[in-house]
Design a protein. Structure first.
Ligand SMILES: [Fe+2]
Ligand SMILES: [Fe+2]
Length: 263
């Protein structure tokens, strides 16, 4: 990526706002006198932009905490409710619209739905394999943000020849100082063969979740990811079969919650 292109893209990162589907509830929560930390945790866990920016702010606070912050709950404890509310308000679009499904360039709703399903699939997949709730949270965050680079490409308003969403995502990782497991997943989730770092299991779990959520039809790719995870394709598929309906239930619940703000 040449320097001019990098500058152009980087200058657009601060303009990435929260998603249309979450902006109504975000405005409601930030304007409510009765907002609790639980409301803010729930909200910020339902929008990849809010989550990414929240982690950025928490990790910048006091010159980076001793242990990196990688969950919405910890970030809100560190920052306090008013700071988080102010952050959310700064990320609200000027006009809160019901949805942008007709947007010709990019379907924001589909983006949200895909990110959500990959995040929950990766997280449930980790739990089914015996990982702790704390570890599963890392799988969730990496899954939720894996395609965040698409929002930056969308934000520039034009096609960026030769730049894919993994490259634009890398710029976001640098700008938001995202933790390495999130960064590695964003950069390598399509080129997992090139990766040999320490977050291989998270990266491959997100890659296989991405494949399953997309109902991919290249079986060789699926089997290759499973093999790298050290699992058989049959086992991965049976786990997915077990968790699929729970992911769909969580999706419906989240949509109902976000739409209950009345926007
Ligand atoms: Fe992707
Ligand atoms: Fe994806």
């Amino acid at each position: 990526m040449d320097d001019d292109l990098r500058k152009t893209l980087t200058s657009c990162i601060d303009n990435i706002q929260c998603l249309p589907l979450t902006s109504g509830m975000a405005a409601y929560i930030c304007n409510s006198y009765f907002t609790s930390p639980i409301d803010l945790i729930r909200l910020t866990s339902l929008d990849p932009v809010l989550l990414g920016r929240l982690l950025h702010l928490a990790n910048s606070f006091y010159d980076r905490p001793a242990q990196p912050v990688d969950s919405a709950a910890r970030a809100i404890i560190i920052l306090g409710m008013n700071t988080v509310k102010n952050l959310v308000i700064s990320l609200l679009p000027e006009n809160i619209v019901k949805n942008e499904k007709n947007n010709s360039y990019y379907d924001m709703y589909a983006f949200w739905q895909h990110s959500f399903c990959v995040a929950f699939t990766a997280s449930f997949f980790a739990k089914k394999r015996g990982f702790s709730a704390e570890m599963a949270e890392k799988y969730f965050t990496a899954g939720f943000l894996h395609d965040i680079g698409k929002l930056l490409l969308f934000r520039t308003g034009e096609q960026m020849p030769g730049i894919d969403h993994c490259q634009s995502g890398e710029l976001i990782c640098e700008n938001w100082m995202l933790e390495n497991h999130i960064k590695d997943t964003i950069i390598h989730h399509h080129l997992y063969n090139e990766y040999s770092g320490e977050h291989k299991d998270i990266l491959l779990s997100v890659a296989v979740s991405n494949y399953l959520v997309n109902s991919g039809d290249e079986e060789a790719v699926f089997l290759d990811i499973c093999k790298k995870l050290g699992l058989s394709g049959d086992l991965v598929f049976s786990i997915y079969y077990d968790i699929k309906s729970t992911v769909e239930y969580e999706l419906q619940k989240a949509e109902l919650y976000l739409k209950s703000a009345g926007f």
